[in-house]
Structure formats: structure tokens, C-alpha cells
Design a protein around this ligand. Structure first.
Ligand code: F6R
Length: 612
């Protein structure tokens, strides 16, 4: 989603900001811009397209003198992606420049108010309204200073926002505020930064303050002050970021996605190991007690996209080991579904970024209705993590490729632990069963590694199928949940039309789409239903489909029926989903590679979806 960077210090701001914005490119954007305070004048340069356009216009920033500035990469919400709608937005009298992530929901009302005050607007954006609102309030009461104007503007704006703001007559101060959109402050030596994400500023500092709801940061080169919405100064913890800039780079792989696929064995180890001690699981839950789990009579899993497909797998596990009914709801639907939630409900919220707005709002909905909220989140200190009663971090490290892989796997492994932990609390998983399952999880990274070493075969399969126009994924039970993810992975990065169906459902309509040459990826890892899957493969083959099966080594009948097979090693069925997903991720990756797609940044997509 949109990226924000701001700088105040002794260096020339523009080149530094442009370089920092590049580190946020992975979030997806359609235009970019920069505003610099030079003396008592604010200069703005912005353009549609890649950052390289802006770099060309400004000689990589060198043409813009000044040591205070803000920059932005925009992903359009209000108004099409063009030069005028790009951020920063300069206020009518040139006194305020502002960058914004999120949405000003009451922008029409504010626009009408500002129009009455003599303002007119050049862009179609809600952000230009925010810039003019801050300027109007500042001009009406200059003696109270910029902070008072920003605070008042906040009380008038409804919606989600992270704002970086500079004032023409305060060329030594950078202002930032947030509500519902992430924003951090980078604390440097004699220089300070704001950014929407850590990689942007890692080159300059590892000392970070995460702003909470309505926090306002006021930065000069030598000081960082944070205030709450009432103007009281806060003393926030400074977090030392452990991972280095290299961790956010490709590490020798051609794409972040491939790097992240290959990292999965290590990710599983670092997610699981610290939670398992002496044959017991310790998830570090401090609010949701074993008694709450005992009393729980309903679980909602809310998430978006791939995270919701993790939820689909988790549903099978949690229901199997706890016998509590689990409903998986897309977060965007949950919020408006008048859900039946009581104080005996547990809401499990799954999110890599911890900032997905639909998921955040679903969390709030569940909470306001009395559910216990437990989140599974990758980004430490993110909003979803902060607002949950308990958080289980996935510790997958920064995920840069837009299409999730390692975060998906980490979420899945947390769900295994959670299902077992809850089952054990409810006396449905015995100590010895727990031990066996934990042994299987312990062996998982080694098996994943050996499977990933055979990626050349998947590349070969991709070479057979990359020119397909439609690809169908079918499976039953857990295999259907995995099929959903396999299909999403493929379509989002290769742009091949793809759908996933429960295999038994084909005959009820979808089979009419099957024609000679259609590719059907058939998942047969769930052994109780293998025979039924073989019948389904036969059905589509009889209509001319090519069948690419995914099965556990030695599964009878698969080789004879399918045209090709992606084999996964035999192991405890409990951990099979973590193995089965790997060939599907690799297949999507190699198909997209052979099609020449922009794998790490697929068109129209953003890594962190912070608008509804
Ligand atoms: C697909 C993908 C998305 C995300 C979804 C939720 O590869 O990455 O479907 O899973 O946008 O994002 P988070 O997990 O950040 O809430």
C-alpha cells in the first residue's frame, strides 16, 4: 500500500528520501512524490509511474535543496493514479505539505466546509482536503503553532490515516500522526525519520518508535517528542531492530518470492521451537486462559486472502482436536454479517502484516461483541497485534514479495500448535499424542528442505503448463483448503485464470468448463478420501483434461490416473499441509517466471492492504 518517508537532519533530504522510498516499493504503488522545505518555501515534485520517473525529474533528488522533506508512494484510492493526485499535497497558500496513507472518510463534508472558507481543490483526493484543513486551522490560530492545528484537524477527520506534515514557516520540524495506519519514527544521531515501514530507514538507524493510535511525533534534527491526542507528552520505548537491511534483500535469489519459499524450513523452526518445551506447548497466552478455552463454544477465524486459507486448514485441525465448531469468515464480510458472538467465543485473527484494515475492523467487531481475541501476526507491534488480547507472533521475518509464502507457512505451523494446545486444554489430546505430533512438527523442516531441493522437477512441470489459459485446482477436506491457496498463488503472480473447487462439487456445475487440454491440479494428500479423488480425476480426464496430481509418495492409483505427479514425502499426516503447499508455491513461481511476470510485485496488488 502507500509508503511514507520523512527526514529532518543535516543532510540534503531529497536524495535520501528517494532512496528510502525505493525500499518501500514492494508495498505497491502507482505514483510518487516528494516535498522539500527550502528556506521558508515548500517545493513539491510528483509524478505518475515508477520512482525512476521522479528520480529523473529531480536528478535523483540533487536538484532539490533543503534538509527537511517528506516523500510518498501512492496506491490510488480517491482519484485515478496521475500527477495531480499523487502526494504530497500542497495547501492552497503553500504553507503546508502533507503525505497521507489511509482514507479521510468524511472528506466531502470537510471539502464543503473548506469551500465555504474560500478553498478550491486541484486534485480528486481526500488528502488535499487534509492539507488544506491543517492550513486553514493553522492560519486561523497561528500563535498556537502547528501542533494545535494538527490536533484540531485530527478531531475533525474521520477515517484511517498516517500523515507526514511539514510547514513552510517551520523548516526545521517534521510532524507525523497516525490512526489505524502504521507509522514509525526512526531515531538517528542528529537526524530523525518517519516511515510507514522499517526497511525504509534501516540504512540510517535501527532505533525505532512505533506510534500508537492518535500519537503525534514532532521531530527536529536533534529531538523526538511524542504527544497523545490531548497534547500530553509521552515517553515511548525505543525498539532496537535486530534484522539488518540484508534480510530485506534477495540474498542471491532472483526474486524475493523464491528466497522466501526457500526460507520456509528455517521459518518453521524459529516459529515452533521457542513454543515447545519438554513435550508441552507454551504459546505465551496471558489473557486467554485454559478455562476460557474449556468454556469456549464457538470459534471464528477472521482473515483475508491467503491468511484466510490458513484459517480453512486450521478449522479442520481445531475442530478435530477440540470439537469446538469453527467458522472461517473473510474479514471483509465478518464485519457486516451481524455475527453471533458471545463471551464464550474466541476470535482468531490471522494477518501477516498486522495492518490489513478489513482484518483490523473485524477484530474490533469481534471484540466489541465480547469475543476473546487471539491474533496470529508476523509484524511485531502492528495494530492488530496491539489490539488483540493475546498475540502469537509468527516470527517469519520481513516478507517482501507481495505473494505470501513463508508467512503462510508460519501461520500454518502456529495453527498446528494452537489446535494441539487447545485440544490438550480440553483433555482431547493426550500427553502421548501431543508428544507424537510435536515430534512430527520437529521433523518437518528437514522434510521441507529435501522437498525444496527437488524444485527443478516443478520447474519442468511449469514448462509444460505455463501457456495454459485456465487452471483448476481440486481437492477434498484439507486438500481443498490447500487448493484454494495453490490457486490464489498461481493466479495472483502469473495472471492465469484459476479457481479452486471441492472435488465433489465439480459435477454440480463446474465440470462443464472442462474441455480438452484444460489443466486440473488434483490434490490427493488427504488419505481417507484418496479413492474419491481418483474418481474425480478420472471424471475430468474423460472430458479431455490434463491432470497434474499432488500426492504423498506411494499413494495407490495416482500414478496410473494422473498425467504427471508432484510427489511429497511420506510422513505423519498431521504435517502434510506444510509439505503439500511447497510444490504449489513453486509451481506458481515457475509458471510466472516462464511467463515473464513481475513476480515480486504483481500488477494491481499491494503487500499491505490498509484500505477497506
Ligand atoms: C496472497 C496474499 C494476500 C494476503 C492478504 C492478507 O499471496 O498475500 O492474500 O494474505 O492480503 O494480508 P495480511 O496477512 O497481511 O493480513
Amino acid at each position: 500500500m502507500c509508503g511514507i518517508v520523512g527526514y529532518i537532519g543535516p543532510k540534503q533530504a531529497a536524495p535520501l528520501i528517494l532512496e528510502a522510498l525505493e525500499k518501500l516499493e514492494y508495498r505497491g504503488y502507482d505514483s510518487s512524490g516528494i516535498a522539500i522545505a527550502d528556506g521558508n518555501k515548500l517545493g513539491v515534485v510528483k509524478a505518475k509511474g515508477r520512482l525512476s520517473v521522479l528520480e529523473e525529474m529531480t536528478d535523483c533528488g540533487r536538484a532539490l535543496p533543503g534538509c527537511l522533506g517528506i516523500g510518498h508512494t501512492r496506491w490510488a484510492t480517491h482519484g485515478e493514479p496521475n500527477d495531480v493526485n499523487a502526494h504530497p499535497h500542497l495547501s492552497q497558500h503553500g504553507e503546508v505539505a502533507l503525505v497521507h496513507n489511509g482514507i479521510v472518510e468524511n472528506y466531502i463534508e470537510l471539502r464543503d466546509f473548506l469551500t465555504e472558507q474560500g478553498y478550491s481543490f486541484m486534485s480528486e483526493t481526500d488528502t488535499e482536503i487534509a492539507a488544506n484543513l491543517v492550513e486553514h486551522l493553522y492560519r486561523s490560530n497561528r500563535e498556537d503553532g502547528p501542533e494545535a492545528a494538527i490536533r484540531e484537524a485530527l478531531s475533525l477527520i474521520s477515517g484511517a490515516f498516517a500523515l507526514g506534515i511539514i510547514f513552510a514557516d517551520h523548516p526545521d520540524t517534521l510532524y507525523a500522526v497516525r490512526k489505524d495506519s502504521p507509522l514509525i519514527v526512526g531515531v538517528g544521531k542528529g537526524e530523525n525519520f518517519i516511515a510507514s515501514d522499517v526497511p525504509a530507514i534501516l540504512k540510517h538507524t535501527r532505533q525505532v518508535i512505533r506510534l500508537d493510535e492518535y500519537d503525534m511525533a514532532v521531530l527536529t534534527a536533534g529531538s523526538v517528542k511524542i504527544y497523545n491526542r490531548y497534547g500530553e507528552e509521552l515517553h515511548k520505548n525505543i525498539e532496537h531492530i535486530q534484522w539488518d537491511a540484508d534480510a530485506a534483500e534477495k540474498g542471491g535469489y532472483p526474486h524475493f518470492m523464491l528466497k522466501e519459499i526457500m526460507e520456509q524450513p528455517d521459518v518453521i523452526r524459529s516459529t515452533v521451537r521457542p513454543r515447545v518445551r519438554d513435550g508441552r506447548i507454551d504459546l505465551g497466552l496471558s489473557h486467554i486462559s485454559p478455562d476460557d478455552i474449556m468454556a469456549c463454544d464457538r470459534i471464528f477465524i477472521v482473515a483475508c486472502g491467503s491468511a484466510s486459507y490458513v484459517g480453512q486448514v486450521a478449522k479442520h485441525y481445531i475442530e478435530r482436536y477440540t470439537r469446538i465448531p469453527v467458522t472461517v469468515e473473510l474479514a471483509s464480510e465478518f464485519r457486516y454479517s451481524n455475527p453471533i458472538v458471545t463471551d464464550r467465543t474466541i476470535a482468531i485473527v490471522i494477518s501477516q502484516s498486522g495492518e490489513t484494515i478489513d482484518t483490523l475492523f473485524a477484530l474490533r467487531e469481534a471484540k466489541s461483541r465480547g469475543a476473546h481475541v487471539l491474533s496470529i501476526v508476523n509484524v511485531v507491534g502492528s495494530t492488530i497485534a496491539n489490539e488483540s488480547e493475546d498475540v502469537i507472533y509468527t516470527w517469519a521475518g520481513p516478507e517482501i514479495a507481495v505473494a505470501t509464502t513463508k508467512a503462510y507457512s508460519a501461520q500454518l505451523s502456529v495453527c498446528y500448535l494452537l489446535a494441539l494446545y487447545m485440544g490438550h486444554c480440553r483433555h482431547m489430546v493426550s500427553d502421548s499424542e501431543l508428544k507424537d505430533f510435536l515430534n512430527a512438527i520437529e521433523e518437518l523442516p528437514g522434510l521441507m528442505r529435501s522437498l525444496l531441493e527437488k524444485s527443478d522437477y516443478i520447474k519442468y512441470l511449469a514448462s509444460l503448463h505455463f501457456s495454459c489459459r485456465n487452471i483448476y485446482f481440486i481437492g477434498r477436506n484439507i486438500d481443498h483448503a490447500l487448493a484454494l491457496e495453490g490457486s490464489l498463488k498461481l493466479k495472483e503472480i502469473s495472471y492465469i485464470f484459476s479457481e479452486a473447487y471441492p472435488a465433489g462439487e465439480l459435477k454440480h456445475g463446474t465440470i462443464s468448463l472442462i474441455e480438452p487440454g484444460s489443466l486440473v491440479v488434483a490434490l490427493c494428500t488427504y488419505s481417507p478420501l484418496t479413492e474419491k479423488m481418483i474418481s474425480n480425476m478420472r471424471e475430468v480426464k474423460a472430458r479431455g483434461a490434463v491432470v497434474l496430481a499432488l500426492a504423498t509418495e506411494g499413494t495407490p492409483g495416482v500414478e496410473e490416473t494422473a498425467d504427471q505427479v508432484m510427489w511429497i514425502p511420506k510422513t505423519d499426516p498431521f504435517v502434510l499441509p506444510s509439505l503439500a503447499i511447497l510444490p504449489l508455491q513453486l509451481f506458481a513461481y515457475y509458471v510466472a517466471l516462464l511467463k515473464g511476470c513481475d513476480i515480486d510485485k504483481p500488477r494491481n496488488l499491494a503487500k499491505s492492504v490498509t484500505v477497506e
